[in-house]
Design a protein around this ligand. Sequence first.
Ligand code: MN
Ligand code: MN
Length: 460
Amino acid sequence: MERELAWDSYNEKEINKIFDFSEKYRAFLTNCKTERECVAWFVEQAEAAGFVSLEEAMEKQQKLKVGDRIYVNRMNKWFAAFVIGKKSLEAGMNILGAHIDSPRIDLKQNPFYEESGLAMLDTHYYGGIKKYQWVTIPMALHGVVAKTDGTVVNISIGDKPEDPVFGISDLLVHLATEQMDKKAAKVIDGESMNVMIGSMPLKNATEKEAVKANILQIIEKTYQIKEEDFLSAEIEVVPAGEARDYGFDRSMIMGYGHDDRVCAYPSFVALSEMKEPEVTSVCLLVDKEEIGNEGASSARSLYFENAVAELLNLSGDYSDLLLRRALQNSKMISSDVSAAFDPNYPTVLETKNAAYFGKGLVFNKYSGVRGKRDSNDTNAEYIGEIRRIMEENHVFYQTAELGKVDQGGGGTIARIFARYGMQVIDGGIPVINMHAPWEIISKADLYEAYKGYIAFLKEA
Ligand code: MN
Ligand code: MN
């Protein structure tokens, strides 16, 4: 079915609104390049919007009532926010879920070394990347170093205009005869993705590795941390620079980490605009999606279930049975990015079932590889309900698969929450350049997703 572009339906006022919304998103994307930076930002926004932490509510033994606003921060990498609805929790929740981790290059635990007068950092990449895309571009270092005395030092260098940048080198074309014959997967060797961080030796140094010693001295002076402190650190090497408007018409945004912050951001904004919803509204933002949803801060952890148990307890009627009902009676949009049609690579998508820029929020009945394996295949009846909600609220939406049959594929967090028996559908925003250092989205799709999320949360 050929649908018109959402842009065709907007008047000038609406276009201004979309551009204003997109500008706020662009600032968020520029400032939040790690899951930790996202959680810190969402906590700050939540507190400003009247949410209190679950711990504070428990401390005060707050008796939950309609309109109460609670947020949960776990490990500074996992975040959930709730707006209590008119119906009991037992009746279920309307949940917007997304992930806030993105593909990147992580430092190893023992990263520092010196080779031929150059100081280097050893890395281990995170998530599915085409490694050749991540070399020769300016990179920044973002993360934390946890010291043995319990203090945690934040590091963020490479993104301010006055900062130095870092990067991974690539072989000059003049000497690349052998390299150019390699398969794309082998062009860049994972173990050779080392970051160059210095070339100047320590003055009057006696040690052999004087360049590395100089860097360690600068780091110690700046951050009061020593080389061994990197044993307990999480430092992410990410593309340096701002998210930017894309195209003469500024209708798109290019930035690092749209996957999946482009779904996380409008989910949170939509939730924070709920006042007294019929059903308890939830925004759930998880970590570790890009490496398979394992670990305490991932979708598979019990943090969400535990948080709902605590809310039932604060409502004065916790039981295991009520918890199970609250989860099973819930509905979820598991939001993640979809592959958008790219005119440079038209053959990998099947055009009747592909997502397009400017056609709005995209729903995927299923994902998966090799015959829908490992995917959450959403119930037809629930899709019917989602269609009704979108159509009643004039939200532009489309449906798609991630590529042609047997072309590849991917998974999301949907099936993890479907285990509770709740209705879950994958929905999100189309992306070009997915998992590349700089991904692209359409502002119209971002705005239609936000409208769709509001409509979903308002449902009784
Ligand atoms: Mn994703
Ligand atoms: Mn991804």
